[in-house]
Design a protein around this ligand. Structure first.
Ligand SMILES: Cc1cc2nc3c(=O)[nH]c(=O)nc-3n(C[C@H](O)[C@H](O)[C@H](O)COP(=O)(O)OP(=O)(O)OC[C@H]3O[C@@H](n4cnc5c(N)ncnc54)[C@H](O)[C@@H]3O)c2cc1C
Length: 384
């Protein structure tokens, strides 16, 4: 006779989407001993999770419903960095500053060496307007390379917890009555009793999600430049209020990375999300503007070679709050999306809490109530 543990049916969870949310969810489910298959249409971290800034903040979400999720995640990022060799994916503590920059009317004017404002790092020698606002220091701010982090945590999930990867497109979730029985991937059914939809801005393609709420995508651009003197750039994340000489106000961000490259992002626009993540093309004018921003802020970045020019979509929910939890009225169906501009930060606590909810019936890492998908049903019934 088989021992009792082998007689029990082993739960099989299919996680749909190999962005940072899917990868972290797979990792924490695997850690709890669950059998997990992750299905990704293209490649791990091929979309926003590979193209984001990777900025992490302990307290920038304080005062919003994200406070608990962000604080728990910031701590988990630190412990994951110890477990997964954070240096390999660019984890480090940093400073962050808010800065006003005003383009000069003529040629870019840099301060001469040694004359940078006392409140800003020496490499920021462009036209700073007003005083710099400290946002945080290495006690409260950190960064990762988001693609390398997502790939590292998923690789650990595979190696240590036996999580499987299937490359294919999730077409639908199979139900028997109101119970999940499998997931259809490129026409083939993968049997499963639990499914997690974590397909970022594509999550609304799943009918269980779209019947509940709408998920959209906001396009944003980024470039990665490699300055000739990377050692001149100290670890400061810059949040800019940037006025062009034509009078336009932009809000780009600049993140130097430990291996010498510098990431610059911004230039959002509302356009349709293409079906294939590989078809997300940056607009040349947006790329040029980000390069102009970099060269205006710092003479070290002026003329730096663009290594990567890219675009991706922030996953946005109807009410601006992530959607994390059980899909109402369907046994075994869960969703985790809508993390907008904080998905890299908030992925670890999302994955850990969702794994607890799925396996233990209750999440203890973070109270998931504010993110419960049930809120959309309650609102719909109130408005009737
Ligand atoms: C320019 C920019 C900068 C950012 N900077 C930061 C930052 O500094 N800090 C921070 O915390 N956050 C940042 N973010 C936000 C962060 O990138 C996102 O919140 C996060 O990456 C979302 O992760 P995700 O897993 O939900 O979605 P995605 O990364 O979009 O992943 C979804 C995955 O699902 C797959 N998929 C889609 N449809 C299917 C299907 N039918 N079948 C199988 N797979 C499918 C896709 O191929 C994709 O791999 C930034 C975002 C942008 C755009």
């Amino acid at each position: 006779m088989e021992p009792p543990s082998q007689q029990q049916h082993q739960q099989h969870v299919v996680v749909c989407g190999g962005g940072v949310i899917g990868a972290c969810t797979a990792y924490f489910l695997g850690k709890k001993g669950v059998r997990v298959t992750l299905v990704e249409k293209s490649a791990i971290a091929c979309a926003a999770s590979g193209k984001a800034g990777g900025f992490l903040a302990l307290d920038m979400c304080d005062g919003s419903v994200l406070r608990g999720l962000a604080r728990a995640s910031f701590g988990l990022h630190q412990s994951l960095a110890e477990e997964l060799d954070g240096e390999s994916y660019g984890y480090r503590r940093i400073h962050a500053l808010g800065l006003g920059i005003e383009e000069a009317k003529g040629a870019p004017g840099y301060l001469s060496k040694g004359h940078a404002k006392a409140s800003v790092p020496a490499w920021v020698d462009g036209p700073v307007s007003g005083s710099a606002k400290p946002i945080g220091n290495p006690k409260t701010m950190a960064q990762v390379h988001p693609q390398l982090f997502t790939q590292a945590i998923f690789a650990k999930a595979v190696e240590k917890y036996g999580v499987s990867l299937v490359i294919g497109k999730v077409q639908e979730v199979k139900l028997a009555g109101n119970k999940v029985t499998g997931v259809v991937v490129d026409g083939e059914v993968i049997a499963a009793d639990t499914v997690v939809v974590a397909m970022g801005p594509w999550s609304g393609e799943n009918s269980l999600v779209s019947s509940l709420t709408s998920i959209s995508g906001l396009k944003a651009h980024s470039i990665v430049v490699r300055p000739k003197q990377p050692d001149a750039i100290s670890p400061y994340a810059l949040f800019l209020t940037y006025r062009t000489k034509e009078g336009k106000v932009l809000d780009p961000e600049i993140y130097p990375r430990p291996r010498g490259e510098v990431y610059v992002c911004g230039m959002t626009e509302e356009v349709a999300v293409p079906d294939d993540p590989q078809q997300i093309i940056p607009r040349p004018e947006a790329t040029a503007m980000l390069q102009r921003v970099a060269g205006t802020v710092s003479s070290v970045l002026a003329g730096a070679e663009i290594e990567v020019a890219q675009a991706c979509f922030l996953p946005c929910s109807e009410d601006g709050v992530p959607v994390i939890g059980k899909i109402p009225n369907v046994d075994g169906a869960y969703v985790a999306t809508g993390h907008s501009c904080w998905g890299i930060l908030n992925a670890p606590a999302t994955g850990a809490s969702l794994a607890e909810l799925i396996v233990d019936g209750v999440s203890t890492t973070v109270d998931l109530k504010p993110f419960d998908p049930l809120r959309f049903c309650i609102r719909a019934s109130r408005s009737r």
